[in-house]
Design a binder for this molecule. Structure first.
Ligand code: 7TS
Length: 420
């Protein structure tokens, strides 16, 4: 269970949180870059490599069957996590970047088609579209945002009126601002305009329980490593009819039905989009992360979706309290400006200081054992829009404490004195 008191008991599940950095207890506030891993995930990985390692979907032997069962079970867990209708809609990828590249490369685009992307997109939801657009003469158009970091709604509505919009790419939770975008409403408008919507859920999936059917997302991507699972594994959700209509992204073993030198037919979903030996350990680790998360809501009910619902209600409540506390504390610091003040925010607090460059903030906080990220956060168009070269960013997980935020605020305060 999670508590609003310090420290949340979940901290004990994450061994790395008891380590030190630069002679201080580690304060890990770089969760948007990657989250730490609970023992349950580490043990699942260790168990796999030690006692279950075999290739999947190939062998008749015992180990291959064990690995295949675990692999398939993890896909079902990912399906439940996203509330996809079918495991055919759950494609394992290397991560969010890989998932977006798959969609951008495989979706049929034509000359003059328009791709709308918000100004707050991560480069991974910009560059793949530019690559795809460049091949056929399609056009990428930015959706403007307000100074607070929200979509300019009228502009979005206007952009959709061109009648040429093929796809809208939108981040669910901005990694640089924390803005939670109104996906359901954006999807409704996109569909009314005859466009598809791809949602970059890299930062949303760790903070809230996703329901792709309720959002009516055509595609939804996430990264396992931001969801307390391993690196190198992610999920691409796509509506079955759309994935069926798309050609494979890459060719190889496991994604075929019949191969001749004249012609190849492809396997059914999801195998069609998973060529070669997959990241089996990563998939199993991600499954273990989903199980771990489901345990945070209290007593198991026997229904994974319900347990995840209870857990994410706790996670959201606690992280919201952390974010509110951090916002209140940091905004009192002289010379500090918070970047991203949208009405709906999740787990991310970015700021600049009048007195010091973000890089200096990051370096000095590091000396105090506090890990934050500084830079453009892979959002150069956003930084340009905000008129800043970079920001410092604290990003929270449910294992962070109010005391850690006090330490962050003290650290930032000391920087303003140092540079005064
Ligand atoms: N989309 C968003 C919104 C992200 O925050 C990130 C990673 C990605 C896509 C790419 O995910 P990947 O797992 O494929 O690399 N964001 C960050 C970050 O904010 N700091 O480090 C990585």
């Amino acid at each position: 269970m999670l508590y609003t008191t310090n420290p949340p008991t979940t901290r004990a599940d994450f061994p790395i949180l008891s380590t030190e950095a630069n002679g201080h207890p580690l304060i890990y506030l770089d969760n948007a870059a990657t989250t730490q891993k609970p023992v349950a995930v580490l043990q699942a990985l260790d168990r796999y490599w030690t006692t279950q390692n075999a290739n999947v979907h190939r062998g008749v032997h015992h180990l291959s069957q064990v690995a295949t069962r675990l692999y398939d079970e993890a896909r079902e867990k990912a399906r439940v996590l996203l509330n996809a209708k079918s495991t055919a809609e759950v494609i394992f990828t290397k991560g969010t970047t890989d998932g977006i590249n798959l969609v951008a490369a495989s979706l049929s685009l034509s000359e003059g088609d328009e791709i709308l992307l918000s100004t707050m997109e991560h480069h991974s939801n910009i560059v793949p579209w530019q690559l795809a657009a460049g091949k056929v003469g399609a056009v990428v158009r930015p959706i403007p945002i307000t100074d607070e970091g929200e979509i300019v709604w009228d502009a979005y509505v206007d952009l959709l009126k061109s009648g040429r919009v093929k796809v809208v790419g939108i981040v669910h939770v901005s990694n640089s601002l924390g803005t939670v975008n109104p996906i359901k409403e954006m999807a409704r408008l996109a569909h009314e305009a005859g466009a598809l919507i791809l949602v970059d859920g890299a930062q949303a999936a760790p903070h809230t329980l996703i329901d792709v059917q309720d959002l009516d997302a055509d595609f939804y991507t996430l990264s396992g490593h931001k969801l307390y699972g391993p690196t190198g594994i992610g999920v691409l959700y796509g509506k079955e009819s759309l994935l069926n209509a798309m050609p494979p992204y890459q060719g190889g073993g496991d994604m075929i039905r019949v191969v001749t030198f004249e012609r190849t037919t492809y396997a059914d979903l999801p195998a069609k989009f998973e060529p070669g030996t997959p990241n089996i350990a990563g998939v199993i680790g991600l499954g273990a992360a989903v199980d771990y998360l489901s345990s945070l809501g209290g007593k198991p009910s026997g229904n994974l979706r319900n347990d995840l619902g209870a857990a994410f209600a706790e996670i959201e409540r606690y992280e919201h309290a952390l974010l509110g506390y951090a916002t209140e504390k940091l905004s009192k610091i002289d010379g500090l400006t918070i970047t991203g003040t949208a009405r709906e925010k999740a787990g991310i607090l970015a700021f600049t200081l009048r007195q010091a460059h973000p890089h200096d903030i990051g370096t000095i906080l590091d000396q105090l054992g506090i890990a934050v990220r500084t830079g453009h956060h892979c959002c150069q168009p956003l930084m340009r829009r905000l008129g800043v070269p970079a920001t410092a960013r604290a990003s929270f997980a449910f294992y962070n404490t109010f005391e850690e935020i006090d330490r962050l605020a003290d650290g930032v305060e000391s920087i303003t004195e140092m540079f005064a």
